[in-house]
Write a protein of this length. Structure first.
Length: 583
């Protein structure tokens, strides 16, 4: 090779395809030690086991094991930069463990510091993020850099303002879960807009259950969306939104989310994204008696999402994401001589539909060869496996064989209110009519329905009548109804805190309060649990608000409604409840 330095290493790229390294903008690395355990999970199951049941069992060394293995896997699979969406950093030691793993891997990564077990306005400002910026992330040119991760808020009071001010003042980008059915939905986008934090550096994870108004606001702000199609269609987060996002000209990147249930394979992510988008177009056309003549989303588009789209989302578009002179050498060489790839006709088409992790021959990060001739050079797979298996076995011993087995085979019942079933919160933007707060005792007996939630939580009763109403014979159904009742009412009712201050969860014993440690938005502690919240009492005082014209109680009947709060009422259906209240 003319002009080649004498000590340069020559890579034989015959029968190969050179592509830019892929970039994953959303991976919960700390969970990697539980690979595949949640293959049958929905979002409800995920929240139950990963947070309400097991989340606090993670030690710093378990976070390290998950992050390190995740980096091993990513580099081996041709992902040259990963964003570690690290929302399990409950202590500074957990944060250091995550940072250590990313640095030790030798790969390029972004630590998105988060803590879903605390309030963002507290953990972001308690000094630990500043410590990391000072001691470990002083330069934005290093291989591992820092940003923040949080959840969108459904609280119009916007208590997390200090978090956003902190991020803005330190020039830290923010990645946030948004548009995840049904929490947080459009009200979270509206809150950010109204408070001046709908920023061009924001990345919105999933954004799969939003109204057009939210997409328009994101587009106008210059923000971007990270799509995790495998996760969205399997866990019920909403349908992958590439069509809607594309219609609004919002930049897109791709991500894995969690390999507790997903493949952690960016080739699969590209295929899942393309398949979902095209399937939606075909279904929409067939519904209208038409046929899609030519596909809209193309293979070159999802390749862009998986490379340049990721670089742009992370603010690195000028230095990563494409094979361009002057950009950093994050490159991947794919074999084109395998049974899956011959004969080679169109590289773009075949990378998306035929290539797999098995074709990844050589991986280079920042000019350093990390994998060559199909063999991983760094980081150390044997070490990663040993650490992950140790953490897995310790967690299994901690939770016990019964929970370990239950988590892998969730019940077969299909429908019910979800962990963030806050459609009403999404609908109740400023200006929506609001009803009167009413104390309504509810006898939590097998056979009750969620109709009271429909009556109490939304001005559009029909939207709930289209959903399953009856949940028979399970304690978890009682928990869900109680949870949804309390959670959804608070954002719309300033008086709800005082009304609900005496409620206690019969599952974990935690009382309701605005700043519950599990979530930034007003929440109750346990949307799932093996026992009913009425374990200590046969009747739980429930709060209902009759909101909007469809269900509002005329002022003349308010006294009668309040009087009805004395005897326990068994909820049988929306119309019967309305009739009883209006009698």
């Amino acid at each position: 090779m003319t002009g080649r330095p004498g000590d340069a290493f020559v890579v034989d790229a015959r029968d190969s395809i050179l592509m830019p390294g892929m970039i994953d903008t959303h991976r919960h690395m700390w969970q990697t030690m539980l690979r595949g355990l949640g293959a049958e999970w929905t979002m409800q199951n995920y929240m139950q086991w990963m947070f309400y049941e097991w989340g606090t069992h993670w030690r710093p060394e378990d976070v390290y094991a998950g992050d390190y293995l995740s980096m091993v896997e990513a580099i081996d699979n041709g992902v040259t930069m990963s964003l570690d969406w690290s929302h399990g950093l409950r202590t500074p030691e957990h944060a250091d463990a995550a940072a250590d793993a990313l640095f030790d891997s030798g790969g390029r990564a972004r630590l998105a510091y988060g803590n879903s077990f605390g309030k963002p306005e507290e953990w972001a400002t308690n000094g630990d993020v500043d410590r990391l910026l000072r001691d470990r992330f002083s330069s934005k040119e290093q291989l591992v850099t820092l940003q923040l991760a949080t959840e969108g808020s459904g609280d119009p009071a916007f208590p997390e303002r200090p978090f956003w001010e902190f991020a803005r003042d330190r020039d830290l980008a923010v990645t946030l879960h948004a548009g995840t059915w049904g929490f947080p939905l459009d009200i979270a986008i509206q809150n950010l807009h109204d408070n001046g934090f709908l920023l061009p550096t924001n990345t919105y994870m999933h954004a799969a259950s939003l109204e057009d108004s939210s997409y328009r606001m994101i587009a106008a702000s210059g923000g971007n969306v990270s799509v995790s199609a495998e996760s969205e269609v399997n866990a019920g987060l909403g349908y992958p939104p590439t069509g809607k996002v594309r219609d609004h000209h919002i930049p897109v990147s791709l991500s894995i989310d969690s390999n507790v249930w997903g493949s952690a394979d960016m080739f699969s992510a590209m295929r899942a994204t393309l398949n979902a988008d095209r399937a939606f177009d075909h279904q929409r056309a067939h519904r209208d008696g038409l046929t899609v003549v030519n596909n809209d989303l193309r293979t070159k588009d999802v390749l862009h999402y998986a490379s340049q789209g990721g670089a742009d989302a992370l603010g690195l578009g000028s230095s990563l994401g494409s094979i361009t002179p002057g950009k950093l050498a994050d490159l991947v060489l794919l074999r084109a001589d395998t049974p899956s790839m011959v004969p080679l006709i169109n590289a773009e088409h075949q990378i998306v539909f035929q290539a797999s992790r098995a074709e990844v021959d050589t991986v280079m990060v920042n000019g350093r060869v990390m994998k060559y001739a199909g063999e991983l050079i760094a980081p150390d797979l044997r070490r990663a496996r040993r650490l992950a298996e140790t953490s897995r076995d310790r967690l299994r011993d901690t939770v016990g064989e019964k929970q370990w087995a239950e988590a892998q085979e969730p019940p077969t019942s299909r429908f019910g209110p979800g962990p963030f079933h806050s459609r009403a919160v999404r609908d109740r933007l400023p200006g929506r009519p609001r009803g009167i707060p009413v104390r309504l005792p509810l006898a939590a007996e097998p056979g009750f329905s969620s109709a009271v939630m429909a009556m109490a939580m939304t001005a559009d009763v029909r939207s709930y009548e289209e959903e399953p109403q009856e949940f028979r014979g399970t304690a978890s159904a009682q928990v869900w109804l109680w949870h949804a009742q309390v959670t959804l009412m608070n954002p719309g009712l300033p008086t709800a805190d005082s009304i609900l201050s005496d409620l206690t969860c019969g599952y974990c014993g935690t009382g309701y309060f605005r700043s519950h440690s599990l979530h930034a938005a007003p929440q109750v502690c346990c949307p799932l649990g093996p026992v009913s919240p009425v374990a200590r009492n046969s009747t739980v005082p429930m709060v209902a608000a009759l909101a909007g014209a469809a269900t509002a109680i005329p002022p003349t009947t308010e006294a009668a409604v309040r009087a009805s709060a004395t005897p326990a009422v068994r909820i049988l259906g929306l119309r019967r409840v309305l009739d009883a209240l209006m009698a």
